[in-house]
Design a binder for this molecule. Sequence first.
Ligand SMILES: [Zn+2]
Length: 307
Amino acid sequence: MDMLLRGREEDAREPGVLRPVRGSAPNSCRLCGYVLHRPVLPGGRFGYVRCEHCGLLVVHPFPETADLLSCYDDRAHSPVHPADDPSRELPVHRVRFDEELDRIEWFARRGRILDIGCAWGFFLDRCKRRGWEAQGVELSSVEARYARQRFGVEVFTGPLGDAGFPDRHFDVVTLWHVFEHIPAPLATLVEIRRILKPDGLTVIAVPTPISAPDYVFQAVPLHLFYFNETTLARALRQSGFRPIQTRKGGGTGGAALMKKAGIRDPRSLIARHVNLLWPLKRILQHVRSAVNLHKEITVYAVPESGS
Ligand SMILES: [Zn+2]
């Protein structure tokens, strides 16, 4: 594979000077429009390319919409095995989402909240218990049904654009590790801007590439983008939002949250005894924390007044 997937256009006035090319070519960056991308570890059927202009990491080749939707088919996609009881995850999510709500309530008054990609409804459950009017959007009908039946929350099954929410309807809109799965991130932010009250808040948490070091996939990767603090802020500003705070954290981090929730993970105990590489992993963990590499970025943003 060529190191550069698309060459820069040579400037006719200044031969040899390479200029960024903006446009709507199929390969142009979905954030900044630039068409120069550098592959990150090319080799599999799918890999990632980095926009040389804004730094956005994008899956390449970009999957067809039909292939993507089939990934969210109820038989194929489930955060837990279908035979498992999703409620076993509940204590872990309770800890995380109570902390998230503490932070949200620092910025926003309790009112109407929408969780996009709400999965089994664990976040909506915590919202409802605190007196929020909680609604969800979820592609998986199995997960949406679970959320409705278990937690008594309203969940629309399908993409956000089909839900037809009224203008200026929600006080808060959240996306917990969902934004990186959406093929049209800017259009989604514009829709969120429309359904959010002018004094509302949106909270977007995304994983960083550190949390998924394997950039090469044979199957369609579900993370279509990897955002960093800069590209996420740029996407928000382009869609009429003003980021007000960014938080960097350790990620949804099963292990740390399980510890907080007082749960022992039997798999990790077994792994400690059978995995000879475990000491090496521990060293790598220390290195990561020492150099401050974060697995997750959370951005809090408000609608820009007048936009
Ligand atoms: Zn770009």
